[in-house]
Design a protein around this ligand. Structure first.
Ligand code: KG4
Ligand code: ZN
Length: 334
């Protein structure tokens, strides 16, 4: 079979990224231009700034990716782009760039759901084996998904309120840590002691999660301690919070694997970069003879290589879009 080279775009939040991926598994070149330093000044992503920066950077990022790959548009089979979900102004920049190149160079245009991208980031590690359970943990999503084959997504549970990454970022903020707080809590949690009394959220028989109560419990505890004149030990709070999060995520994930009789687990999304979560899941999977794949750290947070991998399988399935393709702030994974 002829090799398929996907030129992929990701601009759903605060990373402008373009990648070239061969046959859905081999990253040829990726450029990720992160805006984190700028948004950190405001304590979170400012949508207007994000879209303006995507506009300023997108052409440079495309040129850089092709240059890094030592390829031209003639070598590209198809163009894949994140059309949603995400920040609408940010998504539009990637979608417009992809549509323009598709039109000028007469290349098929493949729409990719952002979460499909996170899931298929695992293909860049090794081929997926089905059926599998995907634990998706990002800034905008927390889902448990059953997949019987490629592009078959059955959501068996998910968060009822805050996404897990969102909870990390909000807790980090009240602890006075900079944006994005997830990686910092990850780091501090390794130095602390689990000594703050926090609830295990939504510890029930469902596959759903809830993190807003845990977040509120952290905020209340901090206020109460402050009123008593006690200083909060950031490391200890990070450990206590993270332990509850990881305990409930791992508990429900392992139960899903057992009940669905699935032997393959993949982890996806920005929070899958969390060291403790990776270690705990790897240990549990080892004990229960489950085959686990976690993406390399650089493929955990937003990047276009994952869109290139997901785009390849969507391309094989004949998924196409025309110039009418529009960005969607929200859209179901299908
Ligand atoms: O997938 P992602 O890059 O963007 C979305 O699609 O949302 O995820 C970003 C989220 C942020 O909330 C960030 O704090 C969190 O992932 N994150 C982490 C870690 N690295 C990134 N959370 C916990 N531990 C980490 N090491
Ligand atoms: Zn993401």
């Amino acid at each position: 079979m002829q090799d398929i080279y996907i030129l992929a775009f990701e601009s759903s939040c605060d990373e402008t990224s373009v990648s070239i991926v061969k046959n859905g598994r081999e990253e040829i070149a990726t450029v990720v231009l992160s805006q984190i330093d700028i948004h950190a000044l405001y304590g979170g992503v400012v949508p207007e700034i994000a879209s303006r920066m995507h506009i300023e950077n997108i052409t440079l990022v495309i040129e850089e990716a092709l240059k890094k790959a030592n390829m031209s548009m003639d070598d590209i089979t198809a163009i894949a782009v994140t059309y949603g979900p995400g920040l609408i102004g940010s998504l539009l920049v990637g979608v417009q760039a992809a549509k323009t190149l598709s039109y000028i160079y007469k290349k098929p245009l493949v729409p990719v759901h952002h979460i499909a991208g996170h899931i298929y980031a695992n293909c860049l590690v090794e081929p997926l084996e089905f059926p599998l359970i995907a634990l998706v943990v990002s800034g905008g999503h927390t889902d448990l998904i059953y997949m019987s084959e490629n592009y078959s997504f059955e959501r068996i549970g998910g968060t009822l309120d805050d996404a897990v990454g969102e909870a990390y970022d909000k807790v980090a903020r009240v602890l006075g840590l900079s944006y994005p707080g997830g990686p910092l809590i990850d780091q501090y949690a390794r130095e602390g002691v689990d000594r703050y009394s926090l609830p295990l959220p939504k510890d029930d028989d469902s596959y759903d999660f809830s993190f807003s109560g845990l977040k509120s419990a952290v905020i209340n505890l901090i206020h109460n301690e402050e009123q008593r004149g006690h200083e909060i030990v950031v490391q200890d709070m990070a450990t206590s919070f993270q332990n509850r999060v990881i305990e409930i995520l791992t508990k429900k994930t392992m139960r899903a694997l057992k009940e669905y009789r699935v032997k393959n687990l993949i982890v996806a999304g920005g929070v899958s970069a969390n060291k403790e979560l990776r270690e705990r899941l790897e240990k549990l999977c080892d004990e229960n003879r489950i085959h686990i794949i976690v993406p390399e750290i650089r493929y955990c947070t937003d990047n276009a290589a994952m869109i290139g991998a997901a785009g390849y399988f969507a391309y094989l399935l004949g998924r196409r879009a025309g110039l009418e393709l529009n960005a969607k702030a929200n859209d179901e994974l299908k």
